[in-house]
Ligand binder design. Sequence first.
Ligand code: SF4
Ligand code: SF4
Length: 341
Amino acid sequence: MNEKEKTTQLKPLSYCDLGVGYKCNYKCLMCKLWQNSPLCADNVLSIEQWKNVLTQIVDLPKKDGCMINFAGSGEALLRGGIFELIKHGREMGLKIHVITNGFAVNKDVALKMDQSGLESLSFSLDSLNSQTHDYLRGAPGAKDRVLKAIELIALHSPNTKMGINTVISGVNIKEVMELTKWVEDHDKLAYINFQAITQPFSFTDSSKEDWFEDEKNKFLWPEDKKAVNQTIDELIELKQKHNKIADSAEQLNIFREYFLNPLLFIKNGRCNLGKGDILIIDPAGHVSMCSIVGIIDNVKNAKPIRDIMMSPGAQEHKEKINECRLNCHLVVSCYYHEESS
Ligand code: SF4
Ligand code: SF4
């Protein structure tokens, strides 16, 4: 290790996203990964390689509550060997969370989930209205699958905490309150967490600040300002009475600001992924803090993750993130903070 590497501090991780596979059986309208994923399906890490990744993550400093998220580039539960991997991580004391569309959950899967010790799981669910959710997810029966999966997991994997992830868009905004109240009343669901619709994820499209004005994307944007204000007001009011809305009132107001004034909002925002406390590894083993900015290295190159995160390459990557003014909409839902100067 050279002098520059030695002086680089390794920050405790607050977030870790492992994309265990590209495969996905849904065709979500807010995600283009399913369109491009066959391009890169060949070179995914094996389960043994992922186990090695988890073993290395055990030794990295982590903030309290840092979850290892199996999410990212595809549907995690379609990845063969996923429960073997979760078990490996759990046995080493890692907190593991899976984000799923719910399709693959049956009794057998729920039992394997229980045996693996999976700590928590969230379902993507955008509406209780089947037409809306199934349309947004490009999969007939998708909503019913989520509801069935919740029942099966509650029965066969009772220690797995469950929640809902909802993307607020122009298509479902008027149905968000019904869904939230349903979660509030559901004794098996611990939380609901929101994201604002952003430019559909893609391996190939570059970030575009006015993506929501494109003919092909327009329908996803909540044009109805009254509906935006009413929904955000009601969510904040409900949050004061109950405890299942995971987003802070501040975050909900950020969504409002973004929906009402997207271009202005993004111009005033800045991304904080460059703090160095994020680890993202894609199915092919590329390590980054933001893959749009670039790749630091690949775990297949046999360099320990600790060294990759402390390398001059990681330092350059952080600097690029700090300088990034791509006006990327990812900052809205996860990593937004006010410009300090
Ligand atoms: S959002 Fe998830 S479930 Fe939907 S197509 Fe993309 S990877 Fe698949
Ligand atoms: S704003 Fe942040 S998330 Fe978006 S491309 Fe730049 S560094 Fe990545």
